[in-house]
Design a protein around this ligand. Structure first.
Ligand code: NCD
Ligand code: ZN
Length: 345
């Protein structure tokens, strides 16, 4: 097979940032993706309906002319989130989901949730109206080893919340462990998970063996090979509980290459080529459409995109090693393998 037609994909977890960075990275996503769930972890975060409307307008103003790209906005859940403001934003279709960051878990998460009892009423309201909660599933307890933080989050935080608030619809974002895959697979219709492109390709050796590689450092941090294997199995299985959220998270190289560098892999540019390679290697090219274009809209109760993209296989595609911004380069994720599939039309 050297030609593949699929419904235009969507990205169910994306960081677009703002200002110069947004102008530089937005075309990398709008080129092939129809919609994206836009993460709200700006500084300061997107907390109110008004913040979301203004951010959406800045994205629409920055998008390339002629592009039909639609940003799907999210609110950043805080202990002070106003239920009425949130419900009004959901009612008018301004927001598609709400993001939960445990305080301190990742980039710009300081305003996140410390005391889950303080967001109970918000979560109950979300369950009533079917508004998905997107969780960054890592505990922040310094006693817990960083490689165990996702698995511990499931038992300590996520499962208790879901038992406490039946009907709450949850997307466990960027899962990195077999524990999370198993939990989601067995969790029924109200839970799903996004899987990133890079977590299908790298394990923790890629970050640490033979020299430290800051461009492979992201959160949740990549785990052992057996976990990567579980992610590939889940993504390529066709199971509707799993769909693409690239978590493409641009940081300037000057922010990554530091004694204490930022977390995030920038994959918007070459994501579809990498995915086709991964799915082909798994003998599952015919399931790429489910993962990238069908399962996400189904969970979000949105129609899949009507138009199609065509991917073609040929000589290895050369992607730029970095994207230029007005403030300096952002390194594009290096999958460490030749990419033979490109989006042709
Ligand atoms: C993200 C970022 O840079 O905003 N970083 C990352 O490593 N994934 C935040 C996040 O999604 O955790
Ligand atoms: Zn993210």
């Amino acid at each position: 097979m050297d030609r593949l037609t699929l419904r235009r994909p969507d990205d169910w977890h994306l960081h677009l940032r703002d200002d110069a960075m947004m102008r530089a990275v937005l075309p990398e996503t709008t080129r092939n993706f129809a919609r994206a769930i836009v993460m709200p972890n700006l500084v300061p975060p997107v907390v109110t309906a008004r913040d979301a409307a203004e951010y959406r307008d800045r994205i629409l103003a920055a998008k390339p002319t002629g592009s039909k790209f639609r940003p799907l906005m999210t609110l950043y859940l805080t202990e002070e989130t106003d239920v009425r403001d949130l419900r009004a934003a959901a009612d008018i279709g301004l927001i598609t989901a709400v993001k939960l960051y445990p305080a301190g878990a990742t980039t710009n998460s300081a305003s996140g949730v410390r005391d889950f009892s303080k967001v109970r009423r918000v979560l109950e309201n979300m369950a009533q109206i079917g508004l998905p909660l997107l969780v960054h599933g890592e505990v922040t307890d310094p006693e817990i080893d960083i490689f165990d933080r996702e698995a511990t989050f499931i038992t300590r935080v996520l499962d208790p919340i879901r038992r406490d608030i039946p009907g709450l619809r949850v997307v466990m974002e960027h899962v990195t462990t077999r524990d999370a895959v198993d939990y989601v697979r067995e969790g029924g219709a109200d839970i799903a998970a996004t899987i990133t492109t890079h977590h299908l390709v790298i394990n923790r050796n890629h970050i640490l063996a033979g020299g430290i590689r800051p461009h492979y450092y992201c959160l949740p941090v990549a785990k052992r090979e057996e976990h990567r294997h579980a992610l590939v199995k889940a993504a390529t299985s066709g199971d509707a509980s799993f769909f693409l959220g690239t978590d493409s998270a641009p940081h300037l190289d000057t922010a990554k290459l530091q004694p204490c560098g930022c977390a995030g892999c920038f994959t918007a540019t070459n994501t579809l080529s990498i995915l086709a390679e991964v799915f082909e290697a798994a003998g599952a090219l015919d399931r790429l459409e489910a993962f990238a274009s069908l399962n996400g809209p189904a969970f979000y109760r949105l129609p899949p995109n009507e138009d199609r993209i065509v991917m073609e296989k040929g000589a290895p595609v050369a992607y730029p090693s970095s994207i230029a911004t007005e403030e300096g380069p952002v390194t594009v994720f290096d999958p460490g393998m030749p990419l033979h599939w490109r989006v042709a039309e």
